[in-house]
Design a protein around this ligand. Structure first.
Ligand code: RFL
Ligand code: PHB
Length: 390
C-alpha cells in the first residue's frame, strides 16, 4: 500500500491530522492497534480550551460541541474553609468547554467515515523504517495475521506514550526530560448531577480532590492517592467520604450529592518531553512526544495544537516547500514547554505531602492566586489556553 502520509495511532491527534490533511487534498492512512470501539470509549480528558473549540468549529466539527458542550467561564480554587471563583472571561477574555474526549473522538471518527478516510484497526508489530530517506514506510501485521507494508512520503507518530514512534528517533539525536510524581489519581465517573456549576480544584491535607463533570447528569471526580494504589481498596463509601471531606461538604452550606459509580481507575502522573519532534521524514505529535499530569487539563489540547501546526507544514512540504516542516519542532515545543510548566505548577501547588514547609508555600501560593488579579490572570491565561502558534 502507498499513501502520502502514514499516521500511526487513531487517537485524537491522528484522526484530527487526517481530517486537516484531507481538507488540504492530502491523502493519509491511519494505523491503529486497538479497535475503533475501544478507542472511542476510553474515558480521558474533559476540558477543551478556547483554541481547541475554535479549531473544531472552524473545520465544521463544532455543531454537537455547541449543542451539548458546556461553556465554563472559570474554575473554583479551594482549600479548607475557603472557596474562590476565578473568572477567566473577566481576567483574560477566554473560556473553556466541558466536552469529553470520547465525544471529540466520536465527532472526528464520524467525519472520517463521511469522507471515506482509510483506517486499519487492530494491527500488531508496528515498526517504522527508512525515516532518513524520502521513502519511509511502516510495517505491521494486520487483523488476519498477514504482514503488510505501508509506504509513504511522510510518517507521523500519533501513537501516544506506549507507541513505537518516539523510540524510532535515534538515541544520538533525541533528548528527553521527565518527572514521575509521588502520587496518582483515583478517577471515578458517577451517575449524579454535578454539585457545582464549574470545576472545583481542592487542596486538602488528606490530598487533592477535583470535582469535574461530563453532563447535567454525569459527574467526574478525582482523588489524590499514593502511587501503586489498588483500586479495590477504595470502596464506594470510602470514595464518597474522601470526596466529601476534601471538597468541603458542609462548608458554607455546600453539599456533595452522591450517585452510582460507573467507572473507577488509578492513573499515574507523569511529565515527559522528547525533542526534537521531527527526525527526517518522521514527525511526532501529541502524547507520542510529550506527557503532562492532568491537573492543568492540557494533554488533549496540546495534541490538538501540535496537529494544527503540523497539518499546514506537511501540506507545504508535500508541495515542495519545507520551511514550515523545518520550523515545526521548535514551534510546537514552545507551547509544549509552556504547558509542561503550567501542568507541573498546578500539580505541585495542589497536591499535599507531609512536608510542613511545602504546605505553607502551597497555601501562600493559593492565597496569592485567589486574591491578586495578576496571580489569577496568570493561571487563567494558561488554563484557558494561549492562541495556537503563540
Ligand atoms: P492517544 O489518545 O493515546 O492515542 C494514541 C493512539 O495510538 C495507538 N497506538 C498504536 N497504533 C498503532 N501502532 C502502535 N504500535 C500503537 N501504539 C499505540 C493507541 O492505541 C491510541 O489509540 O494520544 P493522542 O492522540 O496524542 O491524544 C492525547 C490525549 O489522549 C491525552 O493527552 C489526554 O487524554 C490527556 N488527558 C487530558 N487531557 C486534557 O487536555 N484534559 C483533560 O482533562 C485530560 N484528562 C487525560 C485526562 C488523560 C487521561 N489518561 C491518559 C488516562 C484524564 C485521563 C484519565
Ligand atoms: C476531567 O474532567 O476528566 C478533567 C478535568 C480537569 C482536569 C483533569 C481532568 O484538570
Amino acid at each position: 500500500m502507498r499513501t502520502q502520509v502514514a499516521i500511526v495511532g487513531a487517537g485524537p491527534a491522528g484522526v484530527l491530522l487526517s481530517h486537516l490533511l484531507a481538507a488540504d487534498g492530502i491523502e493519509s492512512v491511519v494505523l491503529e492497534t486497538r479497535s475503533e470501539e475501544y478507542v472511542a470509549s476510553r474515558i480521558r480528558a474533559g476540558i477543551l480550551e478556547q483554541s481547541t473549540v475554535d479549531l473544531l468549529t472552524d473545520i465544521g466539527l463544532g455543531d454537537r460541541l455547541a449543542r451539548e458542550g458546556d461553556q465554563h467561564h472559570g474554575i473554583y480554587l479551594q482549600w479548607p474553609g475557603e472557596r474562590h471563583h476565578l473568572d477567566f472571561v473577566d481576567l483574560v477574555g477566554r473560556s473553556v468547554w466541558v466536552y469529553g474526549q470520547t465525544e471529540v473522538q466520536k465527532d472526528l471518527v464520524a467525519a472520517a467515515h463521511a469522507r471515506s478516510q482509510a483506517f486499519v484497526y487492530e494491527i500488531s508489530d508496528t515498526a517504522l523504517h527508512d525515516l532518513e530517506t524520502d521513502r519511509p514506510s511502516v510495517t505491521y501485521t494486520d487483523a488476519n495475521g498477514a504482514s503488510q507494508r505501508l509506504e509513504a512520503d511522510v510518517v507521523v507518530g500519533c501513537d501516544g506514550s506506549f507507541g513505537p514512534s518516539r523510540g524510532a528517533v535515534p538515541e544520538r539525536v533525541r533528548r528527553t526530560w521527565g518527572r514521575t510524581y509521588p502520587y496518582s489519581w483515583l478517577g471515578i465517573l458517577a451517575d449524579v448531577a454535578p454539585s457545582t456549576d464549574e470545576l472545583i480544584y481542592a487542596w486538602h491535607p488528606d490530598g487533592f480532590a477535583l470535582h469535574s463533570m461530563r453532563s447535567s447528569s454525569v459527574s467526574r471526580f478525582y482523588l489524590q492517592v499514593p502511587n501503586d494504589t489498588d483500586v479495590a481498596t477504595w470502596s464506594d463509601d470510602r470514595i464518597w467520604d474522601g470526596l466529601a471531606t476534601r471538597l468541603g461538604h458542609g462548608q458554607d452550606g455546600w453539599e456533595l450529592a452522591t450517585g452510582t459509580i460507573t467507572d473507577r481507575s488509578v492513573l499515574p502522573m507523569r511529565s515527559f518531553v522528547q525533542q526534537p519532534m521531527r527526525h527526517g521524514r518522521l514527525f511526532l505529535a501529541g502524547d507520542a512526544a510529550h506527557l503532562v499530569p492532568p491537573t492543568g487539563a492540557k494533554g488533549l489540547n496540546l495534541a490538538v495544537a501540535d496537529v494544527a501546526l503540523l497539518a499546514p507544514a506537511l501540506t507545504a512540504l508535500l508541495k515542495g516547500d519545507a520551511a514550515l516542516a523545518d520550523a515545526y519542532s521548535d514551534a510546537a515545543l514552545r507551547r509544549v514547554w509552556r504547558c509542561t510548566h503550567f501542568s507541573w505548577w498546578m500539580t505541585t501547588m495542589l497536591h499535599s505531602n507531609d512536608d510542613p514547609f511545602d504546605r505553607e508555600l502551597q497555601l501562600s501560593q493559593l492565597r496569592w492566586v485567589a486574591s491578586s488579579r495578576a496571580g489569577a490572570a496568570g493561571l487563567a491565561e494558561n488554563y484557558a489556553g494561549l492562541p495556537i502558534g503563540f
